[in-house]
Design a protein around this ligand. Structure first.
Ligand SMILES: *[C@@H]1O[C@H](CO)[C@@H](O)[C@H](O)[C@H]1NC(C)=O
Ligand SMILES: *[C@@H]1O[C@H](CO)[C@@H](O)[C@H](O)[C@H]1NC(C)=O
Ligand SMILES: *[C@@H]1O[C@H](CO)[C@@H](O)[C@H](O)[C@H]1NC(C)=O
Ligand SMILES: *[C@@H]1O[C@H](CO)[C@@H](O)[C@H](O)[C@H]1NC(C)=O
Ligand SMILES: *[C@@H]1O[C@H](CO)[C@@H](O)[C@H](O)[C@H]1NC(C)=O
Ligand SMILES: *[C@@H]1O[C@H](CO)[C@@H](O)[C@H](O)[C@H]1NC(C)=O
Ligand SMILES: *[C@@H]1O[C@H](CO)[C@@H](O)[C@H](O)[C@H]1NC(C)=O
Ligand SMILES: *[C@@H]1O[C@H](CO)[C@@H](O)[C@H](O)[C@H]1NC(C)=O
Ligand SMILES: [Zn+2]
Length: 481
């Protein structure tokens, strides 16, 4: 499999990726003109002010508090639900209340999948209820369920090896966790691959490095020309147990019942607010996160934290009277979980602005203690960002890595070469919670959110106010500034 295919899997289907650290290159030698370095250094006082106000002062704890109010009020917010639309109305209201400008929603048609009741029960070699979650876009079973013998495979190769035994069976995948980006292919393609050999349903080990018997859901894709079969995830613990039983040669029989349904597409909205630029308003810096979530847990971490980090950054800049030269636009994306649906629609509708997108940011890989940024763009972008990050020693957020892989909704723009960034944070435990019942406010921390907000707001402001545009192409361009 080529790296491109992996990157596409990575960027398209998730909220995040881990394997991309293979491309964490050292930033090349920077020789930015002194004029540019001095200009960036001149932002030290405004950075100090934003940090002061956000981490210690008037706005201390506000990102967490706004997020907690929102999460406790709405809980989880899957695309197609009235809950998500109510949450969007609330954010539009709140954006107006906190003086953001040009506040509006932009309509987009989104998938509408509903889970319904579901269960998986081990009947042989003994009775046990298996913790499970149907995967997004899965069809349901007949009302009486599917009762079948199971085979257990670790990989698509192993499945191919035993393909003659698969007809009429439930296929259990107990693939190992390598990284999210690599292992998630089993969630994505288990159903269609198994159906091509006559399998009747699939149960996939949850894509997580750590488990307390919690299943983790996520989107999956059916191939167009293959029979659709029901597919769900089970826990790491149960996948391991089924593997042991299978290797002992025990007959495994499972009954799967799922009411899941794909309803006609629904109308949702991307939620937009701005601080209009004072002298080059047509040029735009975007700060964003996605407002939708899975239908389990609360979506506090994925991506409540990222959404509120971006939204509250705009609120704080506005309240501090920090209007930049360029427009700062906050976008709360919709239907990220169903395959970046809100973002793709937005990119298409805003082609007229692509040339004016100066810098794009999204946080969707956790809002744990921040360490800096991850960026995409030409090396000069990295050189500029490193100068900016050098202003953050007091909150220990001076590190720069690449690429900006915690920003799934920016995929198309980043691929077009538009410079952008995601939040570099202590995300080692991100996939412990991701897409599970454990994604609650307890995964968030007020101090970490304050630091991340101070960093995010400052970087957006500085980039939006610099005398030169973020470079997209020739390195000469910068040196002529
Ligand atoms: C930040 O706060 C410290 C301590 O309260 C104060 O000395 C300093 O002047 C403040 N800096 C800015 C830029 O507001
Ligand atoms: C929005 O605000 C208006 C007036 O301030 C209020 O009547 C309405 O209930 C609010 N809607 C939501 C969804 O909060
Ligand atoms: C497939 O079967 C062959 C022959 O039995 C075996 O050598 C190989 O290891 C198997 N591969 C997998 C992935 O199970
Ligand atoms: C079935 O569809 C998939 C894409 O959905 C495609 O990659 C594959 O080649 C098709 N297979 C056949 C046999 O047409
Ligand atoms: C670009 O298109 C969007 C969406 O149709 C519209 O709202 C916006 O005003 C347009 N911007 C410019 C600069 O023409
Ligand atoms: C600062 O962050 C680095 C990782 O970027 C970490 O190793 C170090 O312990 C942190 N220092 C403090 C004082 O928190
Ligand atoms: C923003 O840029 C303007 C020049 O365009 C400059 O005068 C101003 O000082 C900058 N703001 C800050 C806080 O440095
Ligand atoms: C190169 O980037 C600069 C700044 O973003 C832009 O003004 C210019 O049009 C770009 N040139 C090409 C050939 O894309
Ligand atoms: Zn996400």
């Amino acid at each position: 499999m080529t790296e491109n295919v992996l990157i596409t899997i990575c960027l398209l289907l998730l909220c995040t990726i881990v394997f991309c650290d293979i491309s964490n290159n050292e930033i090349e030698q920077c020789n930015l003109p002194k004029k540019i370095k001095d200009e960036i250094a001149s932002y030290a006082p405004v950075v100090e002010k934003i940090i002061n106000e956000t981490v210690y002062g008037k706005y201390k704890g506000t990102t967490y508090d706004h997020l907690a109010d929102f999460i406790d009020k709405f809980g989880n917010r899957i695309a197609g639900s009235s809950n998500l639309e109510n949450a969007i109305d609330y954010m539009l209201n709140k954006s107006i209340q906190f003086n953001l400008e040009n506040v509006h929603g932009e309509k987009v048609q989104v998938p509408h999948w509903v889970r319904g009741k579901e269960s998986a029960t081990l009947l042989e070699p003994r009775y046990q209820s298996l913790a499970m979650l149907g995967l997004g876009s899965s069809i349901g079973t007949p009302p009486e369920g599917i009762r079948a013998e199971a085979v257990v495979v670790k990989s698509f190769d192993e499945l191919k090896n035993i393909s003659k035994k698969v007809k009429g069976k439930i296929v259990v995948f107990d693939q190992e966790y390598v990284s999210y980006g690599i292992s998630v292919q089993y969630r994505d393609y288990a159903a269609s691959t198994s159906a091509s050999y006559g399998g009747v349903a699939t149960l996939v080990r949850s894509i997580t490095p750590f488990s307390l018997n919690t299943p983790h859901t996520g989107w999956q894709d059916y191939n167009d020309n293959i029979t659709k079969i029901p597919t769900a995830c089970i826990t790491v613990e149960d996948a391991n147990m089924l593997r042991r039983m299978y290797e002992r040669g025990e007959k495994i029989v499972i009954e799967l019942k799922m009411e899941a349904k794909n309803l006609p597409p629904a109308t949702s909205r991307n939620t937009v607010g701005e601080i209009v630029g004072h002298s080059e308003p047509q040029k735009i810096v975007i700060i964003s996160g996605h407002l939708d979530s899975w239908d389990v847990g609360q979506g506090a971490m994925d991506d409540g934290g990222g959404a509120f980090l971006s939204w509250n950054s705009a609120v704080i800049l506005k309240a501090l009277g920090l209007r930049a030269k360029r427009t700062i636009r906050t976008i709360l994306w919709t239907a990220e979980e169903e395959g970046l649906v809100g973002a793709f629609a937005y990119v298409k509708a805003h082609k007229n602005e692509t040339k004016n997108l100066n810098f794009v940011m999204e946080s969707d890989e956790g809002t744990f203690t921040p360490h800096g940024l991850k960026y995409s763009g030409i090396p000069d972008v990295g050189c500029i960002l490193q100068e900016i990050l050098n202003l953050f020693p007091t909150i220990n957020a001076t590190q720069l890595q690449q690429p900006a892989d915690g920003a799934p909704d920016l995929t198309e723009w980043l691929q077009e070469g538009i410079p952008g960034a995601s939040l570099l944070n202590e995300a080692e435990r991100y996939f412990w919670f991701h897409h599970s019942a454990a994604d609650t406010m307890d995964a968030e921390n007020p101090e970490a959110l304050d630091k991340a907000t101070a960093l995010w707001a400052s970087v957006a402001y500085i980039v939006a106010n610099l005398s030169f545009d973020m470079p997209r192409n020739s390195t000469d361009y910068l040196h002529k500034v």
